[in-house]
Design a binder for this molecule. Structure first.
Ligand code: ADP
Ligand code: MG
Length: 703
C-alpha cells in the first residue's frame, strides 16, 4: 500500500497517467498520444509496441504479473480475463516477461458468453476488445495480486457494439462536432474540442457479512425478498448527514485510499437518508473516464467491504419501506479552453449562446423523454422510479426560479431583460457573516434538474452503468445542436435568427418544464394532460430503443445501427426475465424450506402449549387466537407459494422474449408480492429465536 499519509503523492499512483507517459515514453510517441487525446486518431503498431513495453515495465516495477483487457459488456458490470506477461520459455528454459503492442491494442475474448441480443449466435463467437487510449490504464489490487487493467471497447467480428463504451465514445464524438458548430456561430474560433463532463454521485448500503450470508435473497438477488419493517425506519431523518459510525468510517477511509491510488477523485462522503445507506461523489471528469471510474468505484466499494467483513449492496432497492439507491448523473459541456456551455454567467438573459444551448437541451429532453427514461431503466430501478423516494418515472426538467423567469419573459415578450437576483442570506447572528445565496432553491423530486452550471439526471440506478444515460444525453443534445446549426448557418441575419430559434424551441418544448412536486398525484394527471410519457417499468421502456425516431437519431450520428438497437431491446427482455426468475426461485426456496418450516414448527409448539394449558384448566384465549392467526397465514403463504411455483413454470415455457418479460412483470411479480405479504406478517408473530434468517432490524441497525 502506498504512503497514505500523503494523498497528493499517492493520488494516481496506480495509473499509467499522462505524467507517467511523459516520464517513460520517447518524446515523439508521447506527443502522438497527446494529439490522439485532443484530436482523436490512432497509434501505429510500432508506436503501440513502444507504449506496451513502457506500460509493462511500469506495471512490473510495481509488482504486476498479469494484464487484462477491461471492458463493459451488456451485463452492466465489467469483465476481465487475466493473462500473465509470461511467454514460452526459450530452449534454455528462461522465460521473458513480454507485452506487445498487438496485445495492448486488441484482445479476443469469446463473445458468445456475453449478451449480444441476437447480434451473433454461439457459433459466430468472435468478439474483439480494442484499447481505449482516452481512458488511462491502471493497476488493480485484488487477492490475485496487481493486475494491469487496460480499458477497452468490445465489439463483434462485424464491428457491432457489444458494450457500453463503444456507443458512449461515438456519442462523445457527435456532441463534440455539433457543439463546435454552435460555438463557431457565436464567433468562437479557439475551442477545438467540446467534451461532456460527468460527475456521478453513488449511493450504497453496507451490511454485516455474517448476516448477509444467512440471507439467500441478498446473496442471489442483491435485495431482500422478505422482511417486515423494523420498528424504526428513516422517519426520524436522523441518518442523513448523521455522524458516520466507526466501522463505516474505517471502510470509507480505505475506500478513499484505494480510489485515490487508482486516480479516482473521490471527494464527498456522507450518510444517506435510509439507515445503513451512504453516498460517495467524485469530482467530475470527462464522460468516458467518469463512466470507467464509476465502474471502478462500484468494484472497489464491494471489494473493500469484504475486507471490513461487510457487504456493499448496490441494488436499487435492497429493503422495502425505506429509500433505495440511485446515482445522480451531473452533466455539462466543457471546451478545451475551459468554458462550460451550461454556465449562464452573471446575467443569463443576455447570454444568447447559453439560452440557445438551454433551449436545445429542453427540446432534446422533450422529444426524447422516452429514450432518457429507457437509459435509466433496469430491473432493480423499477422499484424506485415513481415510488415517491426517487424521481417520478415521468421525465420533466426543473430550471429553477431564475431561469424559469427568463424563459417566461422570452416566451411572452420575445425578450428577456432582467433576472432574479440571488440576494443575501441573513444569518441574524452578529459574529457570522451574511452570505450570498443562490438565485434558486433546489427541487429534489425532479428527474432532470438544472443545478447552477450543469444538469443533474437523477434517474440512473445505483447498480447500473452510467454509460447508457450519457450516451443518450450526448446524442439527443447533439441532434438538437445539429438542427440549430443547420438553420443558423444558413441565416442571413444571425442575431434575429438565433433569437427566433430560441423562442421557437422554448414555445414548442415548454411542456417539459416543471418545478412543482414530482411526487404528487396531481403531477401525474398534469403530465398526462401535457402529453408527457409516463413509462412505468423497464419492459415498457425497452421499445423506446427501436422506434423510428430513435433509429433516426442514433444512425444520424453513427452511434447505433438499427441492429445494435434491436439487440439491446432484446437483451433487456432477456435480462429482465432471467432476473425475475432468479428472484422467484429464491422466494420459493426461502418460503418453502425456511419460512414455512419455521412457522409450522412454531405453530406446533403453540398447539402443544395450548393443549397443556387447557389440561391445566387455564384460559387459552390468547394462545388460541395467536394459533389461529398463524395457521391462517401459513395457509395463505402456502397457497401463494404454490401459485408462484405454477406461474414461474408457466413463464419458463414462453418462447417469445418480449412476451415472456411482460408475463414475468404482470403475473410473476404480483405472485411474489402475494407470497411476501403473509410471510412478513408471520415474521411479526413468530418467536424471534425461531426466525430462520436475520431481520431488517438485524441488518440495518446492527452493522
Ligand atoms: P450538488 O451537491 O450541488 O449536487 P456538488 O458540487 O456536490 O453538487 O456536485 C455533485 C457532483 O456534480 C460532483 O460529482 C461534482 O463534481 C459534479 N459537478 C460539479 N460541477 C459539474 C459540472 N460543471 N459538470 C458536471 N459535473 C459537475
Ligand atoms: Mg447533487
Amino acid at each position: 500500500m502506498a504512503d497514505i499519509t500523503n494523498v497528493e503523492k499517492m493520488f494516481g499512483e496506480n495509473v499509467f497517467s499522462i505524467s507517467t507517459m511523459h516520464e517513460r515514453l520517447p518524446k515523439q510517441v508521447y506527443q502522438k498520444i497527446l494529439r490522439i487525446l485532443s484530436e482523436g486518431g490512432e497509434l501505429s503498431r510500432t508506436d503501440a509496441d513502444v507504449v506496451a513495453k513502457a506500460m509493462k515495465d511500469w506495471a512490473m516495477e510495481k509488482g504486476a504479473t498479469h494484464y487484462t483487457h477491461w471492458f463493459q459488456p451488456l451485463t452492466g458490470i465489467t469483465a476481465e480475463k487475466h493473462d500473465a506477461f509470461v511467454t514460452a520459455p526459450d530452449p534454455e528454459g528462461h522465460m521473458l516477461m513480454e507485452f506487445s503492442g498487438k496485445e495492448l491494442i486488441m484482445g479476443e475474448p469469446d463473445a458468445s458468453s456475453f449478451p449480444s441480443g441476437g447480434l451473433r449466435s454461439t457459433f459466430e463467437a468472435r468478439g474483439y476488445t480494442t484499447w481505449d487510449v482516452t481512458s488511462p490504464a491502471f493497476l488493480k489490487r485484488t487477492a490475485t495480486g496487481l493486475t494491469l487493467c487496460i480499458p477497452t471497447a468490445f465489439c463483434s467480428y462485424n464491428g457491432e457494439a457489444l458494450d457500453k463504451k463503444t456507443p458512449l465514445l461515438r456519442s462523445m464524438e457527435a456532441i463534440n462536432i455539433q457543439s463546435l458548430r454552435i460555438l463557431r456561430l457565436f464567433g468562437n474560433t479557439t475551442a477545438r474540442k467540446v467534451t461532456p463532463s460527468v460527475g456521478a454521485e453513488q449511493e450504497y448500503f453496507l451490511v454485516d457479512m455474517e448476516k448477509w450470508q444467512k440471507r439467500s435473497d441478498l446473496v442471489f438477488t442483491g435485495r431482500t425478498l422478505f422482511g417486515a419493517p423494523a420498528p424504526k425506519g428513516q422517519e426520524m431523518e436522523d441518518h442523513y448527514f448523521g455522524v458516520i459510525r466507526e466501522r463505516v468510517g474505517a471502510y470509507m477511509k480505505d475506500l478513499n485510499n484505494e480510489l485515490w491510488e487508482l486516480g479516482v477523485p473521490a471527494k464527498t462522503q456522507h450518510n444517506e437518508a435510509a439507515p445503513a445507506q451512504h453516498e460517495l461523489a467524485p469530482i467530475y471528469e470527462n464522460a468516458n473516464v467518469a463512466t470507467d471510474h464509476n465502474q471502478i468505484i462500484m468494484e472497489a466499494m464491494k471489494r473493500v467491504a469484504i475486507h471490513h467483513n461487510m457487504q456493499c449492496l448496490l441494488h436499487e432497492k435492497p429493503f422495502a419501506g425505506i429509500n433505495g439507491s440511485g446515482k445522480h448523473n451531473n452533466w455539462s459541456l466543457t471546451t478545451d479552453t475551459g468554458v462550460n456551455l451550461l454556465d449562464p454567467g452573471e446575467s443569463p438573459e443576455e447570454n444568447v449562446q447559453f439560452l440557445l444551448v438551454l433551449s436545445c437541451v429542453l427540446k432534446a429532453v422533450d422529444i426524447h423523454a422516452d429514450l432518457l427514461r429507457q437509459s435509466a431503466s433496469d430491473v432493480g430501478n423499477d422499484h424506485r422510479l415513481g415510488e415517491k423516494e426517487a424521481p417520478p418515472a415521468i421525465i420533466s426538467v426543473f430550471l429553477g426560479e431564475q431561469l424559469e423567469d427568463v424563459v417566461r419573459q422570452l416566451i411572452e415578450t420575445g425578450v428577456a431583460e432582467k433576472h432574479i437576483q440571488g440576494g443575501v442570506l441573513r444569518t441574524g447572528i452578529s459574529t457570522m457573516p451574511d452570505v450570498k445565496k443562490d438565485a434558486t432553491d433546489r427541487n429534489r423530486t425532479s428527474p432532470f434538474a438544472f443545478t447552477g452550471n450543469k444538469f443533474e439526471f437523477r434517474m440512473v440506478g445505483s447498480a447500473d452503468s452510467i454509460g447508457s444515460a450519457n450516451t443518450v444525453l450526448n446524442a439527443i443534445v447533439a441532434e438538437a445542436f445539429s438542427d440549430a446549426a443547420d438553420e443558423l448557418e444558413r441565416a442571413e441575419n444571425f442575431p434575429g435568427a438565433v433569437h427566433d430559434l430560441i423562442k421557437k424551441n422554448l414555445i414548442e418544448h415548454q411542456r417539459i418544464i416543471f418545478s412543482g412536486n414530482g411526487y404528487a398525484e396531481a403531477w401525474v394527471r398534469e403530465a398526462a394532460r401535457r402529453g408527457l410519457p409516463n413509462i412505468p417499468s423497464t419492459v415498457e421502456a425497452a421499445s423506446a430503443l427501436t422506434t423510428d425516431k430513435s433509429v433516426a437519431l442514433f444512425s444520424r450520428f453513427g452511434i447505433f445501427t438499427k441492429a445494435e438497437l434491436s439487440s439491446r431491446e432484446e437483451i433487456t427482455y432477456e435480462t429482465y426475465a432471467k432476473m425475475i426468475n432468479i428472484e422467484a426461485l429464491t422466494m420459493i426456496d426461502m418460503a418453502g424450506r425456511q419460512i414455512l418450516p419455521a412457522c409450522i414448527h412454531y405453530a406446533g409448539r403453540l398447539a402443544t402449549t395450548t393443549n397443556a394449558l387447557k389440561q391445566a384448566g387455564v384460559s387459552t384465549m390468547a394462545e388460541m387466537g395467536r394459533l389461529n392467526e398463524v395457521a391462517a397465514l401459513i395457509n395463505e403463504a402456502d397457497n401463494a407459494l404454490n401459485n408462484l411455483k405454477a406461474l414461474d413454470e408457466q413463464a419458463g415455457q414462453i418462447a417469445d422474449r418480449k412476451k415472456q418479460a411482460f408475463f414475468y412483470k404482470d403475473s410473476v411479480k404480483p405472485a411474489m408480492a402475494a407470497l411476501r405479504k403473509p410471510c412478513d406478517e408471520l415474521e411479526l408473530l413468530v418467536d424471534k429465536a425461531m426466525w430462520p434468517f436475520p431481520t431488517y432490524q438485524d441488518l440495518l441497525f446492527e452493522v
